[in-house]
Design a protein around this ligand. Structure first.
Ligand SMILES: Cc1ncc(COP(=O)(O)O)c(C=O)c1O
Length: 457
């Protein structure tokens, strides 16, 4: 019988698949180690299983204990699977930029999930590393998996990922490419591969915004870390799991190239993978351009694309971030106002107008909403429905002042702001106000945008 004892035993032995359509034809061959074949659909199942086994072996985790981890999602899932099979509880701390799908699956496994802000320094008490550390201090009988500083992370890849690649490629590998997060994959697998063949080149792919490449080349960050959209890779500090001696070069990749490649991988190779996988493929292709000799290049694809349905595989998200072309990106608010058929003088109400005066204003000017000013200060906006409902419910009387009905959902936009950006504001329920070069005020509502799109796109 070829039966696994439990789901945890299926971790590892993922296939290597040749890339055919997204890579340049001819000189080099590109092979993808597809880690979504793991039971939690990511490479992190490997380290989760090994870290827990080693902790048990050393007596660092006791029956009924709680596993705590700071995770961008995948390690959490790997740990949740291990914890389920072995009877532990789990608490995970995740940065807020991580997709909702990744949080939901952890909760499905019964984990407690704590969300922390992304845009804070690692030392900040609100950072996900700090919150995880604090939890470890206060939770009895807990074990901190600590993937960033736990040497077992790299060892898991040294013992399994590296040997698998070596065997699957029959030793015919020249370049090993992986994204760097905690550094476990790149450090551990590279160590094994270099022991087998010392001139294998190991290339770490790093998102723009991460400081890892700077640390590798200069020992310090020349450009401060900033946020980026690729998930699971790149850091704003150096995890001690890294051994830079195992890395020969770094390649930087921007968000847009990675997310566009996500779409290409699914459409042309049938590989539905996450943004860090796509980033690694872009990095592998760029690195290959530097190579004279025909080479066999193996690139690690860390996880499945299912966790990115609301991002990489959502057209609106892709367009909003400028990763997919959108006709609205090329047009500005100014274009819309200049294209308006009839020149509209902005109708405004004053803050001390009564309800009936405002209704008359809406009626006589044929508009459905008006900005409300107090002298020259914009107080907000009022539309028909803001008046209709409270009037019908008897909550206001026709001679009451309108001040209490004003809504604040107005946003000032620039004349040359892209209509894509403006459409995001409008979809969030805002009404846009803009001043032209002569300081005349204009209002842009959803219906204005619809009218513009139907006539001009
Ligand atoms: C989606 C994804 N890709 C890549 C990585 C990077 O792998 P490593 O941490 O082994 O460097 C991670 C790590 O969290 C990840 O979650």
């Amino acid at each position: 019988m070829k039966i696994f004892n439990n789901i945890l035993d299926t971790v590892g032995n993922t296939p290597i698949v040749k890339l055919n359509a997204v890579v340049p034809k001819g000189k080099h061959s590109f092979y993808a180690k597809v880690e979504y074949f793991n039971p939690g659909q990511s490479v992190k199942d490997r380290i989760a299983k090994y870290i827990v086994e080693q902790a048990e072996h050393r007596g660092e985790i006791k029956p009924g204990g709680t596993i705590i981890e700071a995770t961008s999602g995948n390690t959490g899932l790997g740990l949740a699977i291990a914890a389920t099979i072995k009877g532990y509880k789990t608490i995970f701390v995740m940065p807020d930029k991580i997709s909702e799908e990744k949080r939901a699956i952890l909760r499905a496994y019964g984990a407690k999930v704590i969300i922390t802000p992304t845009a804070v320094e690692p030392e900040d008490p609100r950072s996900y590393y700090s919150v995880a550390k604090k939890l470890v201090e206060i939770t009895p009988n807990c074990f901190y998996a600590n993937q960033y500083h736990n040497p077992d992370n790299g060892t898991a890849h040294y013992l399994a990922t590296g040997p698998e690649i070596w065997e699957q490629m029959d030793g015919k590998i020249d370049v090993f490419v992986a994204g760097g997060g905690t550094g476990g994959t790149i450090t551990g697998a590279s160590k094994f591969l270099k022991e087998k063949k010392k001139d294998i080149k190991t290339i770490c792919v790093d998102p723009i915004g991460s400081i890892l490449e700077d640390l590798f080349r200069h020992g310090k960050a020349l450009t401060p870390a900033h946020t980026y959209k690729i998930e699971g890779v790149g850091e704003d500090f150096l995890p001690s799991v890294y051994d830079f001696k195992m890395i020969d070069d770094f390649i930087k990749v921007d968000d847009k190239s990675a997310y566009v490649m996500c779409r290409d991988l699914v459409a042309k190779e049938g590989l539905c993978v996450g943004s860090s996988s796509a980033m690694a493929v872009v990095g592998a292709i760029r690195y290959s351009e530097k190579l004279d000799k025909p080479s066999n290049i193996v690139v690690v694809l860390p996880d499945h694309g299912r966790a990115y349905m609301s991002k990489a595989f959502n057209d609106t998200w892709m367009q909003d971030n400028g990763f997919l072309p959108s006709p609205l990106n090329a047009r500005t608010v100014g274009n819309l106002i200049e294209a308006r058929k009839k020149k509209v003088d902005l109708v405004v109400a004053k803050v001390d107008n009564t309800v009936i005066e405002t209704v008359n204003l809406l009626k006589t000017k044929g508009v459905s909403q008006v900005p409300v000013f107090s002298d020259h200060n914009l107080m907000g906006i009022i539309d028909e429905s803001d008046i209709l409902l409270p009037l019908a419910q008897g909550k206001i009387k026709p001679n009451d002042p309108i001040i209490h009905l004003i809504k604040g959902n107005i946003i000032w936009v620039n004349w040359d702001e892209s209509l894509q950006k403006t459409s995001e504001h409008l979809q969030q329920g805002f009404v846009a106000l803009v001043k032209d070069q002569k300081a005349n005020l204009h209002i842009v509502t959803k219906i204005d945008l619809l009218e513009y799109m139907s006539q001009n796109l």
